[in-house]
Design a protein around this ligand. Structure first.
Ligand code: MG
Length: 278
């Protein structure tokens, strides 16, 4: 499977391995040449954009998310508004905050104004809720094996595209031991109220990181809610729906017309077959 990179001068996963020019100000790569950045198109590569909740992991207790988000909202805004009775699957964290507080007189601008405080308070509350020695999250069946299989396969690279705020997303992955699988930059729920914005943010970051031209249909959004499928379609990516979320049935997801659908990831061969068709 390495021959696909043979005439491109690219590494196993498509990074530039030879002399490359950098985007000004980007210190991620060594600056070795002032020539224009090579724009190599690698049509075989697929970038997997993974949702977290209901896709990779579950909280062991239903609604456990509110253990840390209610105290966070109370600290930052003085009220948790409607959050205690809300169903939040598929929403970005900023969207959840906006919905919870819109009847309390807080606008989206008010929330953005306090986003740094919100992030800080969110992480303090989350670390507190998840550090009492009890297991808080569980990895869904077959997920670890699937992530390992795509990690070892030269066609795939993985990133997180989730409604979670960035630090919360990486803390969850650390708590369940999956962090090592997401080595590309992603997009997160503290960046927009609208999940539709997230694949485009990840796309730009990943193109820049890999210094590769990538087509939108080389991106595959993997998630458990209609919002995951919708954000893929809005951006022009493919979508793989998985029926492990708590809120939506297989029929709910099929009605959104994902490009592929699996009940779960318990059969790694089936997952790899589904991905091979995308
Ligand atoms: Mg989800």
């Amino acid at each position: 499977m390495t021959e696909k990179h043979g005439d491109t001068g690219m590494g196993r996963h498509g990074e530039n391995t030879g002399a490359v020019a950098n985007t000004p100000g980007d210190e991620t790569f060594p600056r070795v040449s002032a020539s224009p950045r090579p724009r190599v198109f690698d049509p075989d590569l697929r970038i997997l954009l993974w949702d977290i909740d209901g896709t990779l992991i579950h909280s062991l207790r239903r609604g456990a998310f509110k253990d840390y988000t209610i105290p966070m909202l109370e600290e930052v805004f003085g009220t948790a508004g409607r959050l205690p009775e809300m169903i939040v699957s598929g929403m970005t964290d900023l969207q959840i905050v906006g919905e919870a507080l819109k009847h309390e007189g807080f606008t989206q601008a008010d929330i953005f104004e306090r986003v740094d405080h919100l992030r800080e308070s969110y992480m303090t509350a989350m670390r507190q809720a998840t550090s009492n020695g009890e297991q808080f999250f569980e990895v869904l069946p077959g997920v670890r094996e699937t992530l390992q299989a795509v990690h070892e396969h030269p066609r795939y690279r993985s990133a997180l595209v989730t409604g979670n705020i960035e630090q919360a997303a990486y803390l969850k992955m650390e708590l369940v031991g999956l962090s090592q699988y997401f080595d590309l930059p992603g997009a997160f729920g503290d960046e927009s109220h609208n999940r539709r914005d997230l694949p485009g943010l990840a796309y730009e970051r990943i193109r820049k990181h890999l210094q590769l031209d990538l087509a939108r249909e080389q991106f595959i959004v993997i998630g458990d809610t209609p919002n995951d499928i919708d954000c893929a379609k809005h951006f022009g990516a493919r979508s793989l729906a998985v029926g492990t979320g708590r809120l939506y049935s297989k029929d709910d997801l099929l009605a959104c017309k994902p490009d592929a659908m699996l009940p779960d990831f318990s059969d790694v061969n089936k997952v790899m077959q589904a991905l091979a068709g995308l």
